[in-house]
Design a binder for this molecule. Structure first.
Ligand code: DAH
Length: 363
């Protein structure tokens, strides 16, 4: 064999390789396998006259480098194409998320009340003492305030801000000295007088759902939680309207068998005042499941929150004439309302706010 013949054969191998490269199908063994094109070319070297072998060897080395480089460059591409055309492979199901359970509950509660004409509102979560306590018939230093373990916060400069400037507040409420302190809202009742001010006059049908804050932290309490607050003010509003609304909510949220009950209680901002119970979602108010005491309630009922007829002093604080108008209000926690429906005996309410997906994805 002459060196020219050898070069000729090398060219054939390179041409073949170039063709394979454009076709995108490079099979390593086709070149480097036992009977591969390159392997065979390399064997030819022995048939050359010995003084030509060095030259041929150089050429072989160069070809080898070229082939290896190109094969390496196309390998990942080949793998990817092969995978993407295997239609028999099961797909990778993307994980589907959902809203946080408490957000779901808030949405459901809003919708239930919106269906009977309530309007969902939001008010500040950092609010004046005036709205959180004083306008609700709890003057400064009144012992009733102790029930709410309150976070007080430092005052920012709010001059000129209509909603927050204490001077503006004092103009509207001459009895109020300077708005008092700023607090993190301990309950959603701060929305009551704010809503009266927003609308100016009845009719009012408000549902205020917001975060609340209290200085408490144990297994059944978190420093942040949610409440919803209903307020209805109009001519001729009575306890019957309150009871009807509570029953309606019970059935819509807990199912057609659910009932509500009110028991006398005391709040400064309502007169008369009640505590509100709902029949247990698991034993339907009987206290028993298959002859055994119900594990969720023990008595057939769950106490959920407070309610009552709006106190005349609260109406006055909101600029509404208590001789012309009456109203009812209610308020309680979203978390508890929700866990009762799910029949959950959650040992630690803080699970809701740890952001552990393993817990949250169950709902
Ligand atoms: N704000 C009260 C609380 O956080 C609950 C409450 C009681 C709200 C009676 C009301 C009401 O609107 O009328 O404990």
């Amino acid at each position: 064999m002459t060196i020219d013949q050898f070069n000729q054969q090398a060219k054939v191998v390179l041409n073949q390789f170039a063709a394979d490269l454009t076709g995108g199908q490079i099979d390593q063994t086709r070149y480097f396998g036992k009977k591969g094109l390159f392997t065979q070319l390399a064997k030819q070297i022995q048939q050359l006259p010995s003084e030509k072998r060095g030259q041929a060897g150089k050429l072989l080395n160069q070809i080898k480098r070229d082939l290896t480089k190109n094969i390496a460059a196309t390998a990942p591409l080949n793998q990817a194409t092969q995978q993407s055309i295997d239609f028999s492979l099961p797909g990778n199901k993307p994980k589907v998320g959902h809203l946080h359970p408490i957000t779901q509950a808030i949405n459901q509660i809003s919708r239930i009340f919106e269906r009977i004409g309530f309007i969902r509102v939001r008010y500040p979560e950092v609010d004046w003492d005036w709205y959180v306590f004083e306008s609700l018939n709890m003057p400064p230093n009144h012992p009733a305030r102790d029930e709410w373990e309150t976070f007080f916060i430092d005052r920012p400069d709010t001059t000129g801000n209509v909603a927050y400037d204490p001077k503006q507040l004092t103009k509207r409420h001459p009895k109020m000295i300077d708005g008092g302190k700023l607090v993190l809202t301990t309950h959603t009742s701060n929305g009551q007088v704010r809503e009266m001010e927003r609308l100016g006059k009845p009719p009012i049908r408000m549902i205020n759902i917001a975060r609340c804050y209290r200085r408490q932290q144990d297994a059944t309490h978190t420093q942040m939680f949610h409440q919803f607050e209903g307020l209805v003010i109009d001519k001729g509003i009575t306890i019957q309207h309150l009871k009807g609304t509570l029953d309606y909510f019970a059935k819509e949220f807990y199912g057609p068998k659910a009932k509500s009950r009110i028991r006398p209680f005391h709040f400064r901002f309502t007169e008369p005042s009640f505590e509100v119970d709902f029949s247990c979602h698991i034993c339907h108010g009987t206290g028993f499941v298959n002859g055994q005491k119900c594990k969720l309630c023990k008595s057939g009922w769950h106490e959920v929150g407070g309610a009552g007829m709006v106190h005349p002093n609260v109406l006055k604080a909101g600029g509404i004439d208590p001789d012309q108008y009456t109203g009812f209000a209610f308020g309680w926690g979203v978390e508890r309302t929700y866990t009762l429906r799910e029949g959950l005996n959650i040992d630690d309410i803080r699970h809701f706010y740890n952001n552990k997906v393993k817990f949250l994805e169950q709902f």
